[in-house]
Design a protein around this ligand. Sequence first.
Ligand code: SF4
Length: 633
Amino acid sequence: MNEVARTLQHVTAQLPGGGEARDGQVAMAEAVAKAITERRHLVVAAGTGTGKSLAYLVPAVLSGSKVVIATATKALQDQLATKDLPFLAEHLGAAFEFSVMKGRSNYLCRQRALEVAGGGEQLSLDAVDEAALGQLGRQVTRLLRWAVDSDTGDRSELDFEPSPQAWSQVSVNAMECPGATRCPSGDVCFAERARARAEQADVVVVNTHLYGTHLASGGHVLPDHDVVIFDEAHELEDVAAASLGLELGAARFRALARNARDVVTDDPALLADLESAGDRLESALGPWRGKRLPAGFGEELADALALAAERTARVTAAIRQGDGEDPKRNRAMQAAGHLGGDLAFVAAMPSEFVAWVEGPPHAPVFRMAPVEVGALLADKLWGEVSAILTSATIPPLLPARLGMLPESVDEIDVGSPFPYEENGLLYCAAHLPDPRGAGYEAALHAELEALIRAARGRTLALFTSWKAMQAAAEALDPKLPWRVLTQSDLPKPALIKAFTDDESSCLFATMGFWQGVDVPGESLSLVTIDKIPFPRPDEPLLQARRDRAGPAAFRLIDLPRAATLLAQGTGRLIRSGTDRGVVAILDARLAKANYRWDLVRALPPMKRTRHIADVEAFLAVAAPVSAVQAPGA
Ligand code: SF4
């Protein structure tokens, strides 16, 4: 047994309840160690229950390399920072340090806090008359008091949730902060301290978006590192596209005007003009909401962008006038520089980018992103570090889509230790009408009712649209003797708790619940999925990708996304070695379409059936009727 496997066994034995590292976990750890040593890339599919975080953390720490771990969700970031890494630090038997680094706007800005508190060298809050303050003033005062004693200034450590307005009074984003060397509070800055801790640490945990910002900045955000591990790597393509692109709306013009107000004092009309240019841009964006923009953008929008660029340039020139190092001027200059740079980028509109408009009707925003991220990642990332990409569901063709050279990357699938073949049944309702045709909805509701009755409640019903979820809940709630919860009832954590605690209840939910729902045990014995989750045909970035892919678009763009999401939804069922249950796909295309095997192959290896009688028999064994009584039964 090599050192990595031995250490993994040692660490696993210390887990609550003890235990042994499983074969897949050891295989993954060894593959990660080899990739780091040989400075190669590794893509590893690690099914539910593998214990993938320890499988990459142990070899990463033992390698002695500087490692950044990027996660797509906050839940996983918290799990690494508060559970996995502290556990490893205690039991690994080798000293190492880790830290979490977040985007600048997550930390209280000492300089803004000082200015809000009335300037001076020290925060002086003793004389504040709280009764005279409104809600905003009280929250800001509370934030300032908290900052005096906080070690980190990290917003997530607050014991209350400030309003966005209150937090924005005492924070800056990366586009406003001029950096420690040009800020009088630079030497006590919380964000800078977090970065300094990250410099010292062996393992740094970040979110994937911050990693994308690091790449977009030319490598200036995070400390230098040898290895990056992308967990939840199925999100990487989308997050990279978002962070390598840009967003422009009226809010940025208002923010610049606000930043410049104390600096450009002799010509207030200049700032009013800037804000009105932002408003005009917003009006010109309105008609394009949800649509991809054509080359040249259309006369009205192009004019609005040109006006915005011209007024931003005038404000920039006005900010630049005046001497001396003034923190407010530096921040305004920073924000103006970013806005001007983005407007110039929009005007140039490189052909590899696509532009569209999104956001609510009252605040549409201009978005731009690279159509394909592969070339940019090849240029900025793959040649610089050894990268480990892992997820329970690796989308088909992922390395190619991300621009990884085939000869630089190894791919493995370590499976799952859970006995899917014995404990899981995949049912496809092949007799239902096509989901795009007439009669589908009524047939879907009848099928759902029969399935939920077979499971005696205990169902997570996943839908591809809010409308379909509501229609099903309205049709079935009066008919079923079990509680039917829907996504509109409670916030997600409370909803999952209610569903878990009330064992016979059903939860009807949409996209936000296809991932991240982890309910082991009998409460979740049936997962139903209404349709194969193909992406919307009118989603602008995907439209642009389809245009590039030509006739292969369905196979290259739509099918991999549907397969990944279907596997994510299916993955909600078996969450422990003893879980047992059924996944029912209520879309006959999974049984009939010529692409069906691309989807089925992406799912965990469950037994398959087209007969509801098999489902009833399977669920009857899964939990005897006597064990789960319906209310009033
Ligand atoms: S460097 Fe200054 S402006 Fe930037 S976050 Fe730190 S304290 Fe705020």
